[in-house]
Design a protein around this ligand. Structure first.
Ligand SMILES: [Zn+2]
Length: 183
């Protein structure tokens, strides 16, 4: 089946975490990184073009970074606290990526030459640069996607208004219609 990566998180680090679809509904959960060609499609869409074909090693590195990021982000998105183990794993990832990155002078900044390093850098920047008070989990009970709510009044509820938002609207409409008949 064709895979068109949806980059709705508002940050590469969140789009990485969102490569697991229906995370909160185990019967429907899909890991987009289960197949290497889909990893390649995601990297291209995310602007992290791999020069060579995606190897299982690269995929495993991306999945590892994704898991570490998710274990910290998911509780934060719902106002909870990550576990000590999750924070330690993130700390390790960040120190590792800073150590292996090179410093570029023009423009000044940290750069990774490999796709896994570039994605790990993005995870670091997410925690470092972004206002995680705006981090949200999609309002759909099964979706589990995370995003930064960049709306002015902080009112964004859905990963995608066309997708989860639309489904919720249809459900409300159906329930109203049904309620109307039985009343
Ligand atoms: Zn959603």
């Amino acid at each position: 089946m064709e895979y068109r990566p949806e980059l709705i998180g508002g940050h590469l680090g969140l789009d990485l975490v969102n490569t697991v679809a229906w995370r909160l509904d185990p019967a429907r959960t899909v890991d987009r990184f289960a197949e290497l060609p889909k990893v390649q499609l995601w990297l291209l869409a995310a602007g992290v073009s791999p020069d060579e074909a995606v190897t299982t090693q690269l995929r495993d590195d991306l999945v590892a970074a994704r898991d570490v990021a998710y274990d910290v982000l998911a509780p934060l998105a719902v106002g909870g606290q990550p576990t000590r183990a999750a924070i330690d794993a993130l700390h390790e990832l960040v120190t590792g990526v800073v150590r292996s990155a090179s410093v570029e002078l023009d423009p000044f900044g940290w750069r990774a030459d490999d796709p896994a390093g570039a994605v790990r850098l993005a995870v670091w920047r997410l925690f470092e640069d972004e206002d995680l008070g705006r981090l949200r989990q999609c309002g759909d009970g099964g979706c589990g996607w995370l995003f930064l709510d960049r709306s002015k009044n902080g009112s964004r509820r859905w990963c995608s208004s066309a997708d989860c938002g639309n489904r919720a609207r249809a459900r409300r409409h159906y329930e109203r219609a049904r309620g109307g008949r039985t009343a």
